[in-house]
Design a protein around this ligand. Structure first.
Ligand SMILES: CSC[C@@H](O)[C@@H](O)C(=O)COP(=O)(O)O
Length: 358
């Protein structure tokens, strides 16, 4: 279904009851086409996550939660054994779509926990199914609140700055609402600030050029697109006061995985005395892992580099390494902006405190 090219369309929308369907903006087609895909089976949700039709850590979690509801539609209410077998199958299957963003596993765990708790208290399969849909909707709705709170904390922390740089897309398309990094800019704009954002195009899949530049243009925030390799130059020219990006997984010590190229920005920021911030919800923290060394880094197909968007740009047969994420060490991060407040400095103790806070 093709629709008007505007930011007002909800990137993720579930229609109906437990037998409903999931609409997603196909982000691979932006910024040229705004097309919704309708997911009627879990395979379509899995494929949408895998192929980055829906992407960004919180959005992946939300889509997967609805994916569980859809995946459970193939079993009836009258066969409890088949229901529980299917729940394991569906959650394991969705967990295999992408490895780095922990929000995916966090959302799937939440869905399973709700179902198991209700089973233990003797609830019927029909009601557990309803509870699964309610939980997916809760994950979705909470993310809206989370985005706004991240935006508010970030805008307060960065109220003195007007010139920013960001990488990849941590905006409305990547979440249920305002985004994480972009929430900071949107909130500053709501506060009446005239700001400017340099947007890294974000090789190889151009989430910055295709998605962030589009979102900023939709909201009439002044933005300038640069190739990733130009970031050092604009920093050297004194045109960046702060860098804000999202994250896909944050370890207990604050090391943060985000789109490939983020780590080099943080190193450059240090060299130029520019504060580098991560904006991310608490659901992006993985307190089970001690440091960024343990974060699984997704490797994607060589063709994303050799045949970006269909055109061959490298000799056939060339060796390619295509890690989709990198890890920025905590010591390079000035602060992590969460919905509960800003962790700064980024130490293991302050991460643990914020994680435990309500
Ligand atoms: C609020 S989204 C944060 C991150 O998920 C985002 O910065 C990012 O790296 C997304 O990578 P992608 O591969 O496009 O899913």
């Amino acid at each position: 279904m093709q629709t008007e090219l505007t930011a007002d369309v909800e990137p993720i929308r579930f229609h109906g009851q437990t037998d409903g369907t999931l609409d997603l903006i196909d982000q691979t087609l932006l910024p040229v086409e705004l097309t919704l895909i309708t997911c009627r089976d879990v395979e379509t949700v899995w494929e949408a996550i895998k192929l980055l039709r829906v992407r960004g850590a919180p959005a992946i979690g939300i889509a997967a939660a609805y994916g569980v509801v859809i995946g459970m539609q193939t079993v009836g209410d009258d066969d409890a054994a088949a229901f529980w077998k299917r729940l394991d199958e569906v959650t394991d299957y969705l967990a295999g779509s992408r490895p780095t963003a922990v929000n995916l596993f966090w959302a799937l765990d939440r869905m399973k926990r709700v179902a198991h708790q209700l089973r233990d208290s003797g609830t019927s399969i029909t009601d557990i199914r309803i509870a699964l849909l309610e939980e997916a909707k809760a994950i979705h709705a909470e993310d809206r609140e989370t985005c706004r709170a991240i935006g508010r904390h970030g805008a307060t922390a960065l109220a003195g700055a007007s010139n920013f740089l960001t990488h990849c897309n941590a905006g409305g398309l990547a979440t249920a609402d305002y985004g994480t990094a972009l929430a900071v800019f949107f909130t500053l704009q709501d506060d009446g600030k005239d700001l400017h954002v340099f947007v890294d195009e974000t090789r190889p899949l151009l989430q910055g050029a295709r998605l962030t530049a589009w979102e900023l243009a939709q909201r009439k925030i002044r933005a300038t697109l640069i190739c990733d390799s130009m970031a050092a130059q604009v920093m050297r020219e004194g045109r960046v006061e702060a860098i804000v990006t999202g994250a896909d997984r944050i370890a207990a010590n604050g090391d943060s995985a985000n789109k490939i190229g983020t780590y080099s920005l943080a190193v450059l920021a240090k060299a130029h005395g520019i504060p580098f911030y991560i904006a991310a919800p608490i659901s992006t923290f993985d307190m089970a892992i001690e440091s960024g060394d343990e974060i699984p880094i997704e490797e994607r197909a060589a063709e994303e580099i050799t045949h970006g968007f269909g055109r061959q740009t490298a000799p056939a047969g060339i060796n390619v390494y295509n890690p989709a994420f990198d890890v920025t060490p905590a010591e390079l991060i000035a602060g992590i902006i969460t919905e509960r407040g800003v962790i700064s400095p980024v130490t293991r103790e302050l991460v643990a405190q914020m994680f435990a806070a309500k």
